[in-house]
Write a protein that binds this ligand. Structure first.
Ligand SMILES: O=C(O)COP(=O)(O)O
Ligand SMILES: [Mg+2]
Length: 222
């Protein structure tokens, strides 16, 4: 089994599909936009695999799934999505099993945690608050915190800078946005197998794949 070959000082987590199963609420918001432009609703299972590249891409994929994007101004539709989602941020969203246990174990070992998500930061913060874990993270950065976002490695390296430096860092995520950012930043990545990825886990070339967040402390050198 893979064990991170250095003393881990800091861990950066992706949010949607990694720490939080937010797809049901993102699904409602996506359908809200689609029905507002006369499109049909799409099933949760379809939306689940559209998450990870930010809200605009989610709207784009929803439109593509229901007849195409021609003639639509995605920027103009974004407020329809964000306003609805802001008011319905944590209706069905839940922490994944093992999240609290893992955060406790990391804290006990003095390892710092942060969140690096493509969700806008003004939505990521209250979602973490609503789930009772905001105070567990020394930093939270979103898709709009910098002029770049995952898979751009600078989203990860700037998050690490807020944590005190890039040394001893590991990234945990669920899609290629996370593993690609980590690889380009020279940071080992751990992929969760239950997330929102649409393709094959093996294609992402992560350093380790876990079925539960609770498995993570076990693959960090004690
Ligand atoms: O797609 C999003 O809005 C955010 O996704 P992430 O938390 O997986 O980066
Ligand atoms: Mg994700």
């Amino acid at each position: 089994m893979f064990v991170v070959p250095f003393d881990v000082e800091r861990i950066v987590f992706d949010l949607d599909g990694t720490l939080v199963d937010s797809a049901p609420d993102l699904h409602r918001a996506t359908n809200h936009v689609l029905t507002s432009v006369g499109r049909t609703e799409i099933p949760l299972e379809a939306v689940r695999h559209m998450v990870g590249e930010g809200a605009k891409r989610l709207i784009e994929k929803g439109l593509a799934h229901t007849g195409g994007i021609n003639g639509f101004d995605l920027d103009a539709l974004l407020p329809t999505f964000l306003d609805f989602y802001k008011d319905n941020l944590c209706v069905e969203s839940r922490l994944y099993d093992g999240a609290l246990e893992m955060l406790d174990a990391l804290e006990a070992r003095g390892i710092k945690s942060a969140v690096c998500t493509n969700k806008p930061v003004h939505l990521a913060e209250p979602l973490l608050e609503a789930l009772g874990i905001r105070q567990r993270f020394v930093a939270v950065t979103g898709g709009d915190s910098f002029p770049f976002r995952k898979p751009d490695p600078r989203h990860l390296t700037e998050t690490l800078a807020l944590m005190g430096g890039i040394g001893g860092a590991v990234m945990v995520g669920d899609t290629i946005s996370d593993t690609a950012a980590a690889k380009a930043a020279g940071v080992p990545s751990i992929l969760v197998s239950y997330g929102y990825l649409s393709g094959s886990l093996a294609d992402l070339d992560a350093d380790a794949i876990v079925d539960s967040l609770a498995d993570i402390p076990g693959i960090l050198r004690a």
